[in-house]
Design a protein around this ligand. Structure first.
Ligand SMILES: *Cc1c(COP(=O)(O)O)cnc(C)c1O
Length: 244
């Protein structure tokens, strides 16, 4: 077994135990492998180990990787998720190449993605990013602005609103960590109570996936625990890519 396939197995075991502890079926939680800063070779190893969902933060880097992997993964149904902030000048690339976007936090971005989604593609699957620990300087819509944004995004013709994504600040206190994830879950439940049909809660990463699964996560986004430590983006060279 390669390191990546062993790491993937270890993460699946962690997800299964967390589900078990929460009384949830193991199939409830999907694993998104966050491959940002790692090269196509690393993604390829994960694909060979059976991984199908990949998350990228930097739009052009993600597209380059998709293209590099295109021939060798022909026929394998990979799903590419954009999980980084989206600048207006990148929406067309995102709408053209990705299957999912987790980081909707303004209607304008959502409208552009809907307008620019190619006509022959299925709707772009999207989550709204919500900022539950207000005050922290981060992206995401404030909870009190969420209902209005969600209703508007749900109406866009070439998007399918699937749920919420959140990146709460890491805290030392596991109870506090769970409380932040619980807040996202409550917002999700409230939206569903108003008639939306959301099925995706994108929360939990390498260090806090247990707390997220305990509070209802359906999609964990895991990078370092699969691919290893990330080289710093600004020192990244093409020769360093792919070496975990
Ligand atoms: C990098 C990143 C992850 C993965 O984080 P790890 O700590 O490496 O598991 C998850 N979600 C987002 C939005 C990220 O940018």
């Amino acid at each position: 077994m390669t390191t990546i396939s062993a790491n993937l197995q270890a993460i699946k075991d962690r997800i299964a135990s967390a589900c078990d502890a929460a009384g949830r079926p193991a199939g409830d939680v999907r694993l998104l492998a966050v491959s940002k800063t790692f090269g196509a070779a690393a993604v390829h190893e994960a694909v060979a180990a059976g991984q199908r969902l990949f998350g990228e933060n930097y739009v052009q880097e993600g597209i380059d990787k998709m293209q590099e992997l295109h021939a060798s993964t022909a026929g394998v149904p990979l799903e590419w998720h954009c999980i980084g902030p989206i600048q207006s000048n990148k929406t067309r690339l995102v709408a053209t190449h990705f299957d999912w976007v987790h980081t909707i936090d303004r209607l304008k971005t959502a409208q552009r993605l809907s307008d620019q989604r190619p006509g022959d593609a299925p709707p772009l699957q999207v989550c709204i990013q919500v900022n539950v620990d207000q005050g922290a300087n981060k992206s995401g819509v404030a909870p009190d602005e969420l209902p209005e944004l969600a209703q508007a995004v749900a109406k866009l013709p070439h998007l399918c609103l699937r749920g919420l994504m959140s990146i709460p600040e890491p805290t030392e206190d596991p109870q506090e960590q769970r409380a932040l994830f619980r807040r996202v879950r409550q917002l999700f439940d409230q939206l569903n109570a108003t008639g939306l049909c959301l099925d995706t809660l994108s929360m939990g990463m390498s260090d806090d996936l247990e707390a997220a699964v305990a509070e209802g996560s359906t999609l964990v986004r895991v990078g370092r625990a699969i691919f290893g430590h990330r080289p710093r983006k600004d020192t990244l060279t093409s020769s360093a890519q792919g070496l975990a």
